[in-house]
Structure formats: structure tokens, C-alpha cells
Ligand binder design. Sequence first.
Ligand code: ATP
Ligand code: MG
Length: 511
Amino acid sequence: MTAPAPLLELHGIAKRFGASRALAGVHFSLQRGEIHALCGENGAGKSTLMKIIDGIHAPDEGEIRLNGERVTVGGPAHAMRLGIGLVHQEIALCGDATVAENIFMPEISTRPRAWMDYASLNARAAQVLRRLGQRIDPSLRVDDLGISSQQLVEIAKALTLDCKVLILDEPTAALTEVESVALFRVLHDLKAQGIGIIYISHRMAEIFQHSDRVTVLRDGRDVLCARIGDITPDALVRSMVGRDLGSYYPPRQAACDEPAESILEVEDIADGVSVHGISFTLRRGEILGISGLMGAGRSELAETICGLRRARRGAVRLRGAPLRLRRYGDALRHGIAYLSEDRKAAGLFLDLPIEQNVSSMALGRISSRFGLLRRQAERRLAVDLGARLKLKSDGVAIDAASLSGGNQQKVAIAKLLATQPAVLLMDEPTRGVDVGAKSEIHHILRDLANQGVGVVVISSELPEIIGLCDRALVIRDGRLAGELAASDMTEERLLRLASGLSAEETIRCPN
Ligand SMILES: Nc1ncnc2c1ncn2[C@@H]1O[C@H](COP(=O)(O)OP(=O)(O)OP(=O)(O)O)[C@@H](O)[C@H]1O
Ligand SMILES: [Mg+2]
């Protein structure tokens, strides 16, 4: 008897965008009841390959087989009828519609609005969200949710489809450890029902914990496919970046007897909604981590410090001088720069060239004495910062929209570095960034710190907080739940502080 055909097979898939070759003959297979991780550097072609399976892009060459039968996928709606569902890397929800409307969009779009039973729609949405351990109110507008809740709504939407093949493009990039655990529990349930899952991630620990097989793409080719038990993390990284990475994290600053002078002091700051009186001091040359669960108020804290949110009380002092921050422009002028966790909405102008994005907050640096923009200088700035961050793109004159997700993140970082800040507030700086580039960004942050910049890193990745930061604050419910020195940081201690558990209680994720 011959073995049944794999659930999904790709043979020799090739795809070009203009002059650039995104995929150069990729082979891939997915079995029923398998969690198959897809990894590779930023720009390796992962999202493009998934969009080809979903029918968003037509391949230039190659074929797709579903249960052994050759198929031509005409588009996402056709893919859905074939039992293929894709959760996109970039959140693509309708911001004006409610959570429930978004989750059931495919169903609603075929029915007149007047015929909708909203009470039952909301109840069904709440039920799906509960599977993910979430209590998001289904009647809220999506625009009013934070980015991680939006990501969960996007995932919930895919769970309502009757998929045979479920593709998740970096589903955990915007999630903290606790929500990721809930997501993986659902994925293991689906796997037990025979569903094949392709899951893209840059998080090594997750890949080794949850997947059955892993495929690596490099420069548009599949360079490795292995059972997870047959490969080590080092070997996986090597096959992604084509070299040994050495140490992931840069060495910390040497402890000196005299603590460095403070650069930023935040005193009892509150926004009246999510931040309820937080105080801390950031020192010159320090990388201060901010950890906490989703919704703890970490991003809101950074937004309040830099004038994006109105402070109801409290004070911010830069080198001892009190600041009046009415808007973000005030903070920037003083040398406080902020990287938003939502690069699509707040970080980048996607339809502008890379170079204009990079210079957009530093026009003073590239203007002549008479206020004229010097295009040459603008280009040089973008090229230099691009090289420093190892940006993968066809020059700096192309639109940011055509970059892969991780490379867009690098442009958002370059834009901040261009302002030569004294204080950097970075909200999830390495979200969606591959292991090699992540290590580059960590080294750049450490270099900046060594030059005297004060760096704040908000991160949902506990290993990043532990590996990179000199000290970490843990925020819970808008208040400071604790502080840990580098030598005291462990994942468990950070999680306990974040969730408010005593040393005796065991850590569990929400139902
Ligand atoms: N619509 C497009 N137009 C032009 N080029 C594109 C387009 N989409 C992708 N590319 C290019 O194709 C290559 C592969 O991009 P892709 O988004 O598939 O990478 P990725 O592996 O998903 O990376 P990341 O980890 O950063 O998400 C990149 O060089 C990218 O710039
Ligand atoms: Mg991608």
C-alpha cells in the first residue's frame, strides 16, 4: 500500500517582484496533524511563499498540490473554500468594525446588515476568544484595542474558518509569553484534529517546544527541512544566517562603584486610564527593561513619558530639568525618541521611500542653512543607517511597503537613530526581526548606551529582557510591581511579578 499524499506540497515555487527574486524554486510539504515551523532571515521569502499558498500572489513557476491533487489557488476566497486559512503578519482588520464583526467578516459580508443577530454574533465571538484565553469585549471597535489584542482577534478570525491547512505568519510577534501559551494550546488541539499548521516565527524557544518539523528558507530557497528532534538550535540558526552567530547578547556595562548620573527621571506619572503613578530613574549608559503582561500599561507608560498621551499628574525630568511635554514633538526636541510597537499605524509611512522615512524626524540634520532639504544628505543618512542595521532592500529609494516585515522594523529603528537621541524609548524593538538582525540591534543599543544614551526597552520576550538589560522594571495594572537587577532576573521571577503571584502559587495562563 502506498502512503497517502501529504496534505499540502509545494514543488519548485518561484516568484519575482520586478527585478528582485523573492523565491527561487521552493519545495515544501505539510502532513495532516503536523505543526511545521517555517524560519529564515528577514526577506528570505516566508510571507511571499504563504501568500502564494493563499492565492494572493500567483507563482511564476512551480505547483501546489493539495491531498495529491494539483490546484491553482485563485485568491484568498478560493483558498478558504479549499480549506486554507492564513493569518497575516501585518494585521489587516477593519478598524471601524467591532471585534465580533471582524471575526465573522467572511460570514457577514454575504448577508445584509439588518439580518444580523448581533447578540448571538457577540456571544459566538466571545466563545472563540475564550478558546484563546481572552476576555476581549466583542462589541469594542478594533481601533480601540492595543496591537496584541488585535493580533488575537486576527487569530480568532482564522479559528472560525473550517481549515484543513492553517497558516500563521508570526502569530506570536505581538504576544507575551502568557498569551502565546494559550495560542499554542489551541494549535495543539487543532493538530490533534488532523489539521496541518504552518507557523512562521523568529522565536527559537517556541519553535523547539511546539513544532514537529522545521523548514528554513534562505534567499528564496529551502535550505533545510528537519524533524525538530534531529536538529539543535545552533544548527538551525547557522542554516538561517549561513554562519555561526557567536554570542547572542552584547556584554553588559561593567558595574562601577559610582552609579552613572541620571538622565531621565519619571516621578509618579499617571494618565488616569492605564498608568496609575509610576516612578523610576534611567541612568546614562543604562539599558532598562520594562516587562509585564499584555494590557499592563507598558506602552501607555512610554506614550505618557514622551507626550503622546496626556499626563494627568507626575513629572518628567531630563538631566534634572523638568520638561513640559504637551506633544511628541516637544519630547523629540529635547532628545527623547520613541519607537511605537505599532509600526504600521505609527512607525512608518509605508507609501514613502525608505530614505524619506528615515529622515522624517531629523530634517534639521539634512537641511542646508537656508532650510532646503539636501537630497544627497538624505540619501546618505538612509544608506549609512541601512548598512548599520543590515537592511535588506533594493536601495533606499523604494517604498517602505515593499520591504519584508522585519526590514520595515529596521527602517522604523533607523528613523529614530537619525534623530541622535539622548533617551531612546523602544517598544518591542525587535518584533518580527530575525535572530541575526536581532543580535545586531542589541549590539547597536548597547553601543548607544556605551556612548551615554539612556535606553528603555519594552519587550514581551523574557529572554530579551534577561539577556540585554542592565535592570528591569515589571509593570502590573499600571503600577510598578517590582524591579530586578540583571543578576536577579529569571523568567520565573519576571512572570511572577508580572502576574502578581506569590512564590508558592504555580504559574498558569488564563483559562
Ligand atoms: N509586494 C512586493 N513588492 C516588491 N517586493 C516584494 C513584495 N513582497 C515581498 N517583496 C520582496 O520579496 C522578498 C521576500 O519578502 P518576504 O516578505 O516574503 O520575506 P519574509 O521572509 O517574510 O521576511 P520577514 O521575516 O521580514 O517577514 C523581500 O526582498 C521583499 O522585499
Ligand atoms: Mg514575513
